[in-house]
Design a protein around this ligand. Structure first.
Ligand code: SAH
Ligand code: DHB
Ligand code: MG
Length: 217
């Protein structure tokens, strides 16, 4: 078994190596650059996916042949654009955002992009919005990136509404390093992992904060 440092992947992934490879493989055009910088510009938390994580979403969804995707947690629309880029022209990502200010900023960002017609921003708490989406399913993928205490509920919703072969993706699967703590939030995140494992074939990709990937059985 490798020692703790190499298990944690800290030996080779230096900041400079990560920056260089992200630039080569996951660079931004104008629309992605605006979506990426908008949270800081607009006084929102700057908690969007990293460029390489966003590009990974694009490639995984393209591989899965995704046409209809649900995202929980829009922020300024960076990951929504990364998802939309994977879809055919008549594809659709329904992205749910509880904070009206974030939703308004995202509408501006997405509307100015080349893939605005593929993105529908739904405003409200996800647990209230998701039931209204059910008639549009089953979905090719669900990406979870909102309030961590509800990940277990989001994962159960995905298990019921993602088609066979479709994807579950969950950011922050290490819960900022707190996954194994004794808290309600950590227990909910552990349930997300364990319940996802039953409905999906799963792996937790070791991004800095963990990205759970599941393929629906
Ligand atoms: N996926 C985005 C980042 C999302 S940040 C990206 O990578 O670009 C998390 C977002 O979830 C925040 O905008 C926050 O307002 C939103 N959020 C928090 N709780 C929510 C809930 N219950 N329902 C919907 N959105 C929620
Ligand atoms: C936070 C939320 C996220 O989804 C993330 O990727 C990083 C941080 C947060 O709430 O602080
Ligand atoms: Mg996140």
């Amino acid at each position: 078994m490798a020692d703790a440092d190499s298990r944690a992947g800290t030996r080779y992934a230096t900041g400079e190596v990560l920056d260089w490879t992200a630039r080569v493989h996951a660079g931004h055009d104008a629309a992605l650059a605006r979506a990426f910088t908008e949270p800081e510009r607009s006084g929102m938390p700057s908690i969007q996916l990293a460029p390489s994580e966003g590009k990974l979403l694009t490639l995984l969804l393209a591989l899965a042949g995704a046409r209809t995707v649900v995202e929980i947690g829009t922020l300024a629309g960076y990951s929504a654009l990364r998802i939309a880029r994977a879809l055919p022209e008549d594809g659709r990502v329904y992205t749910i955002e509880a904070d009206p200010k974030h939703a308004a900023v995202a509408r501006g960002v997405v509307g100015a992009s080349d893939v605005g017609a593929r993105v529908t921003i739904l405003e409200g708490p996800a647990l209230e919005v998701l039931p209204g989406l059910e008639p549009r399913g089953p979905f090719d993928a669900v990406f979870v990136d909102a309030d961590k205490k509800s990940y277990d509920a989001y994962g159960r919703w995905a298990a019921s509404h993602v088609r066979r072969g479709g994807l579950l993706l969950g950011d922050n699967a290490y819960l900022f390093g707190r996954l194994l703590e004794e808290s309600d939030e950590a227990a909910a995140m552990r349930r997300f992992h364990e319940e996802a494992r039953r409905a999906f074939d799963t792996v937790c990709i070791p991004t800095p904060d963990g990205l759970l990937l599941g393929v629906k059985r």
